[in-house]
Design a binder for this molecule. Sequence first.
Ligand SMILES: *Cc1c(COP(=O)(O)O)cnc(C)c1O
Length: 240
Amino acid sequence: MFDSSPEATIPTLSIEERKHRVIDEVRTTALRVGRDPTQIKILAVSKQKTVTDIRAMVNQGFRDFGESYVAEALPKLDSLASEGCTWHYVGVVQSNKTKRLAQHFDWVHSVDRIYIGRRLADSREEFSTKPLNICVQVNIDKEPTKAGVSVDQVPELVDQLKQFPQLQIRGLMAIPNPDAHPDATRNSFRQMRELFEKLQSKTSVRWDTLSMGMSGDYVIAIEEGATMIRIGTALFGPRI
Ligand SMILES: *Cc1c(COP(=O)(O)O)cnc(C)c1O
């Protein structure tokens, strides 16, 4: 495991210190590569963290939160309903959970099959007049056990998903192999950006999100064009 920001996992830092470290790093990196720091959204990934932890992060100014497990997330979403948060699902989508995802979440980052898209769209219609924001998850490093569609299949899946007005396709998401060398990770992020730009130029509306980069590799992701980074450990501290 290579970690580009090992200090981020120091367990004794306060949430406020962590926030400043991450925000400073995002800003410095963006400016260094000629990007506008405000164009990079930080998604605070709160899986395994409590309502109290999340509320502390709300008090630090965060409103976008990511969760990976439906059963764990729903009580937390309920407790925090008055905070005006935007909830992103970043976990593996199981077909028996699509209804609850469509009902309770604002975004699903991990759509990788038309079947899942159809189920999300059908359920969304029951619960909301606002479309569900989705990203297509790409299995960029061709890992056999990882969710996501292969690079070759992305254009066709995107085309199929466009038939559902209940879904707003916002872009692409990827989780590179966590054990890869940083140069390989960079290469994967770069391929994602190329694919993103190719599809973006062919799509009319709101294709604006390239969701990539986590605590260990977000600096590289920003250098390579991420518009949304998903940060758990570096903000909340280690998960036990
Ligand atoms: C857990 C998780 C994250 C955050 O991981 P950290 O390394 O703690 O920042 C980001 N994206 C996904 C899909 C996750 O499951």
